[in-house]
Design a protein around this ligand. Structure first.
Ligand code: PRT
Ligand code: MG
Length: 213
């Protein structure tokens, strides 16, 4: 049995066409079922639904053989025990710094003031500001980063941006782009050795599907 870990929502939705190209069809709709293990048309392939941030953990410890996860999540988790063979070019976005409209970010950075930065992406933010030589106090949040500058919790946030509509709706502006993000296929290395043939079949099919798109 091959187990693929996916998170509900955009990653699941954008993975479906790749699975289809690999001849794999998921038999349940995750938005309609309460099941956490979904069968596919391939008797030896199943999908487990886990929280996006838990995908690398499932694959690392062998709870899943393969998984699909955003580069953001992967960087925060660390690469331990994970083989990363493919950039799937799905769920694309970027990690950016944003501040309240009217906040003079350039001046704050220039003056060397300690910046208070709220984020879920502590590792990415720490490395980014360290490389710039900007002193920051990082405040770890688990959601709704956009609220932090609006309530005075922080001067800036580091968050994912895709269309920019969420920032705009909350009177925030993107002031720096840290990195581009897409989702990656991650593979448990032991599983790749033990189940070499069926694993290669899926990885190669994904790879071919990417080539055609
Ligand atoms: O939602 P949950 O807390 O369960 O987990 P999650 O937020 O980690 O999962 P999910 O499914 O929301 O995101 C999974 C992955 O999708 C992320 O790790 C990214 O790699 C990728 N991705 C791509 C995005 C976006 N685009 C995105 N726009 N993840 C989140 N967003 C959010 C962003 O955080 C912000 O709140 O959408 C909002 C901004 O969107 P725009 O279009 O208004 O700019
Ligand atoms: Mg989310």
């Amino acid at each position: 049995m091959i187990t693929l870990a996916l998170s509900k929502g955009r990653i699941f939705d954008e993975t479906l066409p790749l699975l289809k190209a690999a001849g794999i069809e998921v038999l349940d709709d995750p938005e309609k079922t309460r099941k956490l293990i979904l069968a596919t048309n391939q008797p030896d392939v199943r999908v487990v639904l886990v929280r996006a941030t838990d995908v690398p953990t499932y694959v690392q410890y062998g709870g899943a053989d393969l998984g699909i996860t955003g580069l953001d999540t992967l960087i925060e988790h660390g690469n331990d025990g994970l083989y990363q063979p493919l950039d799937l070019q799905i769920a694309k976005c970027r990690v950016s710094v944003a501040v309240r409209e009217g906040f003079d970010y350039a001046a704050a950075v220039r003056q060397g003031a300690r910046l208070r930065v709220a984020t879920k992406y502590v590792a990415i933010a720490r490395d980014f500001f360290a490389a710039k030589g900007v002193h920051v106090d990082l405040i770890k949040l688990y959601g709704s980063m956009e609220l932090a500058p609006l309530t005075g919790l922080a001067d800036a946030i580091v968050d994912l941006v895709s269309t920019g509509n969420t920032l705009k709706a909350n009177n925030l502006v993107e002031v720096e782009r840290i990195m581009d993000i897409s989702s990656r296929l991650v593979v448990n290395q032991a599983a790749l050795k033990l189940k070499r043939e069926p694993m290669r079949r899926i990885i190669d099919a994904f790879s071919r599907a990417l080539g055609q798109s």
